[in-house]
Structure formats: structure tokens, C-alpha cells
Design a protein around this ligand. Structure first.
Ligand code: NAG
Ligand code: NAG
Ligand code: NAG
Ligand code: NAG
Length: 342
């Protein structure tokens, strides 16, 4: 039942597979309710060769991070594969959102796009100055990966390990999935005292409550001893929860006394600012980012994010004399969580 794409190479294949999954689900679990949040909505992930800060790769990565970093050594990181970086795919929408967002264009100077295959790297270099080709093992990231398969889990964990190495190199980062549109500078909405901040599929109104439903597709992490310890703990916890992905394990370890012991300040970001299709940022006057979460299928994401950018353009085209307070999103459309009508 919990079978899902790690983003198909093509949207049509993705949809065909999904239909098959839906059929199986319907026939084998007719009486089981399948809420959309059982489907993992984060970006595909990757495997990479370990990066040592002193090795050749570490040196190369450090050079790219240094070129992109803000004055306080903060970088914005995202990952793309061939399908996401293709013409008119998610990467184009992602970059477009920075250009039409309010004061977000300048943030592109600090964005490092981590590419997972040679075609994605080639496309990246035509669009953006800071591209880093992650050295991957012989895995093929463009093919369909089954949710919770061995390869899928391995890839998810490598992402945590990669981000840990960025923290160890003393860079703060915002990690953002490329299916998140940026409309406003998020820094104004972060808690300046927090170490680790993470977006939510569903926000319960209390940013310090660990019972929120975090989504690892958007995190803001400051590099310090606490966060390095935390990422090490998170990564090493995978052996205590075999068969779980990083987000499941985060949901378990966020209650662990170790977090309190190391003094890590964890905060959950309000969907009023960091929204998504699960729970939208209702007020366009407040929204910072919107994630195509609660959405299965690359084609559906591209479709609805395109409409989302259109909604934003319409909102920002209002002059001060016209009333824009009644503006609202017209999405999700194809991304609705109604699998039975696909
Ligand atoms: C990308 O697609 C647009 C049409 O949507 C086309 O005009 C453009 O030439 C394409 N670019 C490349 C590099 O293929
Ligand atoms: C964009 O930002 C400027 C300055 O921060 C602000 O005055 C303006 O109202 C913002 N526009 C929108 C659409 O939020
Ligand atoms: C928010 O959650 C924290 C941690 O669970 C708790 O200590 C605090 O009382 C909560 N705040 C409110 C207003 O409920
Ligand atoms: C703008 O629209 C909102 C919601 O429709 C309304 O509450 C508000 O009074 C309007 N403001 C102006 C200045 O017309």
C-alpha cells in the first residue's frame, strides 16, 4: 500500500504506475482508508560517496559553498535529477519562483543546486552559477524507486549524511526540495534562537510542540555543536529503526531525551508562512514558501505549481488601489488527495 514514486523519469510512466498501485489498493484494501499523508511527498533522494572535508571532493564542495554563501556562511541547497532538471520541469518553476517572488531574486546568489546525474548537471550549468555534481555510486536515480525499498531507504539516509557533512564544514543551510516555490524571504520568519527548524505537512499551532508533522523537504539548520551532534544521532538512529526512512525516524527521535540533553532547539514552521498542498498558506500577504506536498506524480506537481505561480503573478499585479486581500490560491487541482478518481 505504501508504494510510491521517487519521481519517475517521465510523468506518464509515473501516472501509469500510480494507477496500478491505486487499483491494487482498491481491490486489496477496499475498507481501508488511505489518507494522502501515507504517501511520502518529499523530493527523490540520492546516494553519494562519503565526503571528507579534506579530500578532493570536500575541497570542491567547499569551494562551491564558499562562492555561494552569505556573509554568515549560510547556503540554500536543493537536489535535482534528470527528470526534475529537464526543460519545463520542476527546476524551471523553482527558479522562476525566486524571480517573481518578493525580494527573493537576490537569494539565487546563495543557492547551490546539487545534481544527481550528468544530464541534470549539464542542464544546471546552463541556468545557474552554483551547481555541484554529487559523485554517486552506480545507482540510476532516474528510474522509478519504490517507497521503502532498500535503495530508497539507502538514498534517504545518504541525504542526512550529506547535510551532516555540510554542517561539519561549518555552513548553515536551508535545504529546500525543488518542488517548493519561494515567494518571500523566509529568514524574516525564522526563530533566531533555534538550531533546527523544519516545515510541516500539518501545523498544530505550537512551534515548539514535537507532535507536529514535520516534512524534511524544508529545513533551516545552523551549524553548531548541537546540530552536528543531532545529525549524527539522527543518522546513527537508522540502525535502531530498520526499515524506516529519515522522516519516520525523526518522528521517533524528536521525543528522545538526547535532544534535551544536547540542548538542541527544534522548531516547527507555521504553514501560514511555509505552506503546501497538505495545508496551504492561506494568506498571500504572508506566504513565504509553498510545497507541492500531498501530491503524487511529477506531471501533477508541474501542472499545479504552474498554476500556483500564475496565482502569485495575479496577486502581485494588483496595484495598491485595488483590493488584493481577497486573493487566494486556485490550487491544488491535479494534486488533490483523491486517488480513486485518478
Ligand atoms: C524549452 O521549451 C520551450 C517551450 O516551452 C522552448 O521554446 C525552448 O526552446 C526549450 N529549450 C530547450 C533548451 O530545449
Ligand atoms: C514586497 O516587499 C516590499 C518591501 O519589503 C513591501 O513594501 C511590499 O508590500 C511587498 N509586496 C508584496 C506583494 O508583498
Ligand atoms: C507548546 O508546546 C510546548 C512543548 O510541548 C509546551 O511546553 C507549551 O506549553 C506549548 N504551548 C502552548 C501555548 O500550548
Ligand atoms: C478587501 O476585501 C476584503 C475581503 O473581501 C474586505 O474584508 C475588505 O474590507 C476589503 N478592503 C477594501 C479596502 O475594500
Amino acid at each position: 500500500m505504501e508504494v510510491i514514486t521517487s519521481e519517475a523519469k517521465t510523468a506518464s510512466y509515473d501516472t501509469t504506475l500510480l494507477r496500478r498501485i491505486v487499483k491494487i489498493t482498491v481491490f486489496t484494501a477496499a475498507f481501508v482508508v488511505v489518507p494522502c499523508f501515507f504517501f511520502y511527498n518529499s523530493a527523490f533522494s540520492f546516494q553519494f560517496l562519503p565526503i571528507s572535508a579534506k579530500g578532493k571532493e570536500g575541497y570542491k564542495l567547499d569551494k562551491i559553498l564558499k562562492n555561494a554563501a552569505m556573509g554568515d556562511k549560510t547556503v540554500i541547497l536543493t537536489t535535482v535529477n534528470e527528470a526534475w532538471a529537464a526543460n519545463n520541469s520542476l527546476l524551471d518553476l523553482f527558479l522562476e519562483s525566486f524571480r517573481i517572488g518578493n525580494n527573493t531574486q537576490r537569494l539565487l546568489n546563495h543557492l547551490v543546486i546539487i545534481t544527481l546525474d550528468p544530464k541534470a548537471y549539464a542542464r544546471c550549468t546552463t541556468l545557474h552559477p552554483h551547481c555541484y555534481a554529487l559523485k554517486t555510486k552506480e545507482m540510476d536515480f532516474s528510474k522509478e524507486a519504490f517507497f521503502m525499498s532498500h535503495d530508497y531507504l539507502e538514498m534517504m539516509w545518504r541525504r542526512i549524511d550529506f547535510l551532516r557533512s555540510v554542517l561539519k564544514m561549518r555552513y548553515n543551510f536551508i535545504f529546500t526540495d525543488a518542488d517548493i516555490m519561494w515567494f518571500r524571504d523566509p529568514f524574516q520568519r525564522f526563530d533566531s534562537k533555534a538550531d533546527f527548524q523544519i516545515a510541516c505537512d500539518y501545523f498544530n499551532g505550537n512551534s515548539s510542540d514535537v507532535n507536529n508533522s514535520p516534512n524534511g523537504g524544508f529545513t533551516y539548520v545552523k551549524s553548531n555543536d548541537r546540530t552536528i551532534k543531532f545529525y549524527k544521532f539522527w543518522y546513527s538512529s537508522r540502525v535502531n529503526y530498520p526499515g524506516n526512512h529519515d522522516q519516520d525516524v525523526l518522528n521517533k527521535i524528536k521525543h528522545d531525551p538526547f535532544i534535551t540533553k544536547i540542548g538542541l532547539k527544534m522548531r516547527f514552521l507555521d504553514t501560514a508562512y511555509f505552506g503546501g498542498f497538505c495545508q496551504r498558506s492561506k494568506d498571500l500577504n504572508l506566504v513565504c514558501t509553498m510545497h507541492a506536498n500531498c501530491c503524487v506524480g511529477l506531471g501533477n506537481k508541474i501542472h499545479d505549481l504552474g498554476i500556483m505561480l500564475h496565482d502569485w503573478r495575479k496577486f502581485t499585479s494588483f496595484t495598491p488601489n485595488t483590493n488584493s486581500t481577497s486573493s487566494s490560491w486556485t490550487v491544488p487541482q491535479n494534486c488533490r488527495c483523491n486517488f480513486l478518481t485518478l
